[in-house]
Design a protein. Sequence first.
Length: 341
Amino acid sequence: MKAEWKDVRLNLIHPFTIARSTRTHYDSIILTLEYNGVTAYGEAVPTLRYDEDAGKVNAALASIDFDSEPFSDPFKLEDIDSACRTNPLMTPSAIAAINIAYWDLQGKLLGQPLYRLWGLDPMKSLVSTFTIGIDEIDVIKQKVKEAEIYPILKVKQGLDNDKEIILAIRELTDKPIRVDANEGWSKEEALEKIEWLAGQNVEFIEQPLPADKLDDTAWLKERSPLPIVADENSIVKEDIPKIAYAFDALNIKLMKCGGPTEALKMIHTARSYGLKIMLGCMCESSIAIGAAAHLSPLADWADLDGNLLLSNDPFRGIDIKDGKLLLPDKPGIGVEPIGVD
């Protein structure tokens, strides 16, 4: 098994602001595996929120001997995942890069797209939201116009101008909105804003309170007229039993949980607790977005637009028509490079 990886700077079309930060680019580490003449791809996009950076991801990948067991056998995915999770140098996005690459490789070796390996119907893929980050009102309106072809918007909130942003969007469109506060509110503030948002054709609220305010979130859930979705509270499957009482749904991201293998386990665990599922993303290339998109027939909602926010996506393969994710009928993820510089 030959493994190589490369740091790639993913530049954003617009600066991307959420309640806790503003970014103009994201660091991506593209992993390439070669096995018996077949090339497969994985991706890590580290985030400081989970104590990651590109240096830690590179160190994690360098700690793996890809010619050793179980990494030398592309069909030992459970053993590979376990070996990654017991490696003290590993980070969530580094595990995701490895897991995505091995799924891509397995699909290519078997000649099947990922959704077929998982027994899923590609016609049941979802409509994805298009994300509007926090910005000046004129820029918000420009972003909404650029997102005209997308039927659902995801709007970042969590600062003092939350209502102003929603009202500006409502001047232009009555499309459904999904709100993400990124831990930006207190419980009383959240309830007041959610009661107002319920009259603005908003479908649900994602992570309104800090992750360490779980009981406050449960208090809010009891009173909220809109569903409450976990993001920062929901990392891996072991989190779900602890948080289920405080949320109506959870957002699963490959970069948080460590790839499709864990995401599948999270989906089934969440269903056992009666929770709905959203598939989310960071600002990622079409590699990671594509891998998550193949899971979308299992979810209720999708927020898989990270590649659409980039000016230099180095891969292609996942198309969107009228907002709906179109899963490619190609082996593995179904993406191909268009330049990694």
